[in-house]
Design a protein around this ligand. Sequence first.
Ligand code: KG4
Ligand code: ZN
Length: 360
Amino acid sequence: MRILGIESSCDETAAAVVEDGTRILSSVVASQLETHGKYGGVVPELASREHLRAIVPVVRAALEQAGTDYADLAAIAVTAGPGLVGALLVGITYAKALCFARELPLVGVNHIEGHIHAVISQALREGRPIEYPALALVVSGGHTHLFEVNGESRYRLLGKTRDDAAGEAFDKVAKLLGFGYPGGPVIDKLAPYGNPRAVRFTLAKMKGNPLDFSFSGLKTAVLRWFQSRDMAEEVERRRELLRANPRPRVEEWLAVTPQATRDVLASFQRTVIEELLRRAASAAESIGARALIVSGGVACNTGLRAAAEEARFPFPVHFPLPALSTDNAAMIAAAAFPKLKRGQLDDFTLPARANLTLAD
Ligand code: KG4
Ligand code: ZN
């Protein structure tokens, strides 16, 4: 059963064809980084416009690369939320039009469920299926959530961020220090050149659910560190580098990043990783988890991957391949497969929901 997946919830226009929820026949991603980079974050109106431009060629390329025609498809799956409403609408409207014209079933997918299925389907492909109950840590630019996962489609929310998402914290710190957007990949590359114990960021104690996250205090701590120094010239040198070359190499970054700044990046990243893994460990213990799933853009982080390995959890830890960690449509098609098998379809009233939740 082949499913065409379409994803347009944020700044990536993506389409993929996946067979039986596991075999990825194609996965095409058109990134809008060049468009949003100079603004230091995603500009919603520009995102919608870019999706409109990209959606037809991206879907066509996904079908071509998969050697698949509409007649070979069992369904079309599309991200219904959460995300930017104007961006979501482009994918949803196109998916509906295709389903109408080709008389195909439509399956709406929650983007977060997609991130979780990126890992579930990869684990099946690798012949080491996830054992349940599993704990899923979804960490991206928009989400930092802990879910109990029971089987392919049952979720219980255990904790979430009360303010910034983990990826958002990476992005804001990078923007503040002149490293451009998105911040995660740059900080990840530079962190090994700094001392992760150089700066101690004290985090506020949280009341209420001990499995909730908060990253805005950390962001403010970096801001204070920044303000206590005269860094204008240093930051300007990095902005100049970015203007000349939107994708600097590590050596070029290092040439404009003194040791004290490298140390703060490394210390910031270490603090985020410790926060994520500490709460994941206690959540896993509380549900008797038999596996840990880590997914979303921040799951690309090499420091997080290394720390998860070093933590020696008493259960397997599953990370997706980097290309499946960030937004893609293969994960949407994979998540739609069990829904299609259950006959859980949507009709043409499927709305775009900016705040769609996966579980309460
Ligand atoms: O999953 P994703 O592509 O989009 C959302 O659903 O938000 O995640 C993008 C986020 C950005 O905040 C980006 O800075 C972060 O993931 N990210 C990383 C890394 N690569 C991407 N954060 C830390 N380390 C990375 N290597
Ligand atoms: Zn995402």
